[in-house]
Design a protein around this ligand. Sequence first.
Ligand code: ADP
Ligand code: MG
Length: 184
Amino acid sequence: MTKVQQIIHRLPKSLHRSDSRSEVPTPNDRQAPATSVSDTISVLDVVTGSPEETEALAARLATRLGAGDVVAVSGELGAGKTTFVRGAARALGVQEPVSSPTFTIGHRYEAPVPVAHLDLYRLAGIDPEEWGDLEPYFDGTVAFVEWPEHGGHWLPETRATVTLNHVDESHRQVSIDSEDDLGL
Ligand code: ADP
Ligand code: MG
């Protein structure tokens, strides 16, 4: 397998994503707050050919992250979410095995900047009490969240969103979106 095929998009999402707003921006859009969809750019959109390549990509993202950053990691079962988080955690200095927290909701790993890994798959929705249990994972950590959709509005604002899709058995499309360039 050749190297990662890398296509860097620095266009606003709305110019090349069919699922985002397709209208020409109106004056209102231009005045929208920094958190609006129209300000999110696709930082990176690549196809990886192995779990190792996905881990290496995650490691690149990890170097741009710091305490308090939250990264949403989306994709169907087996898309490579946990693989991505493993690569990022390694790069952040986590030495213990990084496995799926599907049955424990979350792991917190000690590292120079602690790393949290949450998997919200089993949550149908979060109530305030459950949020109280989850909140400490975000305290002073770089936090990666699988199945962020299940966190609803409780999820803190994300620094980046990673979306993985199956291409074939060994290939995955990996998109990283952020409001920041991230310098990847
Ligand atoms: P998820 O957390 O999304 O359910 P996992 O990371 O646990 O997914 O599993 C992904 C599976 O796909 C692993 O068995 C991994 O070895 C395999 N795989 C094959 N090719 C890739 C690739 N390019 N990137 C990531 N994982 C891959
Ligand atoms: Mg997983």
